[in-house]
Design a protein around this ligand. Structure first.
Ligand SMILES: C[S@@+](CC[C@H](N)C(=O)[O-])C[C@H]1O[C@@H](n2cnc3c(N)ncnc32)[C@H](O)[C@@H]1O
Length: 534
């Protein structure tokens, strides 16, 4: 059956599979204390991650570790504002943007947990196109709605037709069904609302006393109560006689005397929370975010178009709970990671630009040290703690030598080669402390061992002697003795790089959106200080 889908130039171009790259920690930019725990699935979690590199390759490598583990993804990709590309043919430019985002959306979908959510922040240029692509990947029934974020409250008078004041945030659930989401989204009550519920009962629930008598009721219920002084109070009530009698017994209704005589009151309990509204006009603006840049980095224009922490806080409140894993693959100045850190979420942030070092790292360091007093710090009562690890995307495992032959990249050391081969072959890299040839496992009894030593029949025999009867082993090596290849039925030998050739696109790094040098900011100074709308 023909399905409804968006077509663009290059959508169906055959793409060589991406190379699964390993992530190499750069300890110079790791900071604080990183707690090694487990994710709800039971899989290990090695701590918060900041990754410097192209997000398509980084997402590919994360898929091998964290597929189905991420609870909430927020992305704020470059908006395709036209002049950002070298190519000015609008159709091509538009198609490139769609193709690049399409691949990334597919990976993001794979990374999401069954009960996970995706939030995609876009402006009017690509929002509708992204919606159609995402409908295709997530299914239309998993589209939750658009959040309209009011990004400025003034200015825009230089616009020709409309002063466009808002961004769209597309919201998808991986699976929106009631069986997966048994409870509704709620947001905490406003201060004003809370003030009203000033009494607290013996169970810690908040309530206030409201009068039972009501004038002007459509269907008033006449009730009467005997007062302690022998008089009778007769009123038009919103509650029935039986409920009142019961309430007087259990304390939910009380009779009090004031100078105007006797009055009946009943307890009104606070509801658990409110349903969030789709228009966010109280979540900070571009100006709020620029002020956060000024506070953190000394200049409002230190980073173009960051998002305010309050906006991300509201999104993470909706899409995640403390301890959940949050991802932003267009990290920019590091807002999502900073907010996730202050809100007690686990996080992964990916950024291609140099601002991974100049913005994300120092910002998260300040958050860790409790030195960032801005953004949502006070609201979250954040005082510091925790930490993160900083990773670089490894270079390609294979590269072309001067004779045009693919060789193992000399930049790889033995450990990195072993980790890369484990990833290539679908094994989990986890060297065993006691048995040198158990560098990674595929299943409980299946292992991988990578070596750059010449593999002899004698070495294989020695390994075989130490293997359990039900164990199997894949050995990846650069050269081996002919007799070693088929020596034992439970040991497979593969030669690198030969075994890798043709599997995926090696030696290719340029998958980026080519918009790392983000556009100059509009003048945000024209937004009035008091943010009055006009
Ligand atoms: C609009 S900014 C995000 C701003 C962010 N929400 C904040 O609050 O600071 C988009 C970011 O995506 C990054 N980016 C663009 N292409 C990328 C790619 N291929 N991989 C990783 N990051 C990329 C850009 O360098 C830029 O920092």
């Amino acid at each position: 059956m023909q399905k409804l889908e968006l077509i663009w130039i290059g959508k169906d171009d055959a793409q060589e599979p991406l190379e699964p790259r390993i992530l190499i920690e750069n300890p110079q930019y790791s900071y604080g204390t990183v707690e090694e725990t487990t994710l709800p699935s039971g899989n290990p979690w090695h701590g918060n991650m900041l990754i410097h590199g192209d997000n398509l390759l980084a997402l590919k490598s994360l898929v091998s570790m964290y597929a189905g583990e991420v609870k909430c993804i927020y992305i704020d990709p470059p908006y395709n504002t036209g002049n950002a590309f070298d190519l000015y043919d609008d159709m091509v430019e538009h198609s490139i943007w769609l193709s690049l985002m399409y691949q990334r959306f597919q990976h993001l979908h794979t990374l999401l947990r069954k009960d996970g959510f995706l939030f995609v922040n876009l402006d009017e240029q690509e929002h509708a196109y992204a919606k159609v692509i995402l409908d295709g990947i997530f299914g239309r029934n998993n589209f939750i709605g658009d959040i309209i974020w009011q990004k400025r409250k003034g200015g825009g008078n230089d616009s020709r037709f409309l002063a466009l004041d808002h961004d769209y945030i597309l919201v998808y659930a991986k699976d929106s069904s009631k069986s997966v989401h048994t409870s509704k989204w709620t947001i905490s009550q406003t201060e004003e609302y809370l003030k009203r519920y000033k009494e607290i009962d013996e169970n810690g629930n908040r309530y206030y006393w409201d009068t039972v008598a009501r004038n002007g009721l459509q269907s008033p219920i006449p009730v009467s109560v005997e007062c302690p002084d022998g008089t009778t109070l007769s009123i038009n009530s919103q509650m029935g006689q039986e409920t009142i009698n019961e309430g007087l017994k259990n304390g939910d209704v009380r009779l009090t005397k004031s100078k105007n005589g006797w009055t009946l009151h009943h307890r009104v309990y606070m509801s658990e929370g409110q349903r969030p509204r789709s228009i966010f006009n109280d979540s900070g603006t571009n100006k709020t975010a620029a002020d956060e840049m000024l506070y953190l980095f000394g200049s409002k224009k230190s980073f173009p178009y960051p998002k305010p922490e309050l906006l991300i806080q509201k999104i993470l409140e909706l899409g995640s709970n403390p301890g959940d894993l949050v991802l932003d693959s267009f990290l920019g100045s590091g807002t999502t990671a900073a907010v996730a850190h202050k809100m007690g979420r686990k996080y992964i942030g990916i950024e291609l630009g140099n601002h991974a070092y100049t913005h994300c790292y120092p910002r998260l360091k300040k958050v860790t040290d409790g030195e960032d007093q801005g953004g949502i710090t006070t609201a979250q009562n954040w005082r510091g703690g925790g930490g993160f690890k900083f990773y670089e995307l490894a270079p390609s495992l294979l590269k072309e030598d001067e004779f045009g032959q693919m060789i193992i990249n000399p930049e790889y050391n033995a450990d990195q080669l072993a980790a890369a081969m484990a990833m290539q072959e679908g094994y989990t890299y986890q060297p065993d402390k006691d048995t040198y040839w158990k560098q990674g496992y595929g299943s409980e009894h299946d292992f991988i061992f990578t070596t750059t030593q010449f593999l002899t029949a004698e070495t294989i025999d020695r390994i075989h002697e130490t293997m359990g009867e039900d164990e199997s082993l894949l050995i990846c090596c650069t050269a081996y003795q002919k007799e070693a290849k088929t020596r034992h039925g439970n040991i497979t030998v593969k030669k690198i790089p030969k075994t890798l050739l043709g599997r995926c696109a090696f030696d290719k790094d340029n998958y980026n959106l080519n918009i790392v040098a983000a556009p100059e900011m509009d003048d945000i100074e024209d937004e009035p200080e008091d943010e009055t709308t006009f």
